[in-house]
Design a protein around this ligand. Structure first.
Ligand code: HEM
Length: 138
């Protein structure tokens, strides 16, 4: 059972990573495309966002189950707590990118620049979370 939950944790990671890397690529493709093609390219945004959010949901749910079942809360290493703080920052980053993304798709150029910057920060946070997870649990 524990192994299954860890596997679902990893599936959540794959889904979050796919969305985190896929969304900037879609944004880049839409930016370079002729205006009449942008709506059809932009149609990929919603499904990717849903995959990313479902992935985050799975990570949080399975992470909380594993931490509770494994009794991690009381005796966790500092890397575990750093990981959780970074997860909270990533959730904030995803919400920020989501809101700015909606404005960018409506034609707000400043919001477009913000999405690019926040997407880079979010991917850096994801990499840092992976490092913390490896340091915390190995
Ligand atoms: C973006 C969010 C997250 C990512 C990318 C992530 C990533 C990972 C990775 C890669 C591992 C495997 C580490 C290893 O075995 O070396 C792991 C394990 C673990 N994670 Fe997460 N995690 C996330 C969120 C969470 C949250 C929110 C919690 C707790 C509430 C959590 C709790 C755990 C626990 C307890 C383990 C150890 C499982 C075990 O080996 O028994 N994770 N996580």
């Amino acid at each position: 059972m524990e192994d299954l939950i860890l596997a679902i944790h990893f599936a959540g990671l794959a889904m979050g990573g796919a969305a985190g890397m896929g969304l900037p690529v879609v944004g880049f493709a839409a930016e370079k495309a002729p205006p009449e093609h942008r709506p059809s390219i932009g149609a990929a945004v919603k499904p990717l966002q849903m995959i990313g959010k479902a992935g985050m949901g799975l990570l949080i749910l399975t992470g909380a189950i594993m931490a509770t079942a494994g009794g991690v809360w009381g005796e966790a290493s500092v890397w575990y707590w750093i990981k959780l703080v970074l997860v909270a920052c990533l959730i904030g980053g995803i919400i920020t990118a989501d809101k700015a993304g909606a404005k960018a798709r409506a034609g707000d150029a400043a919001a477009g620049a913000k999405v690019k910057m926040v997407s880079k920060i979010n991917l850096t946070l994801l990499a840092a979370i992976l490092l913390c997870a490896a340091l915390a649990f190995n």
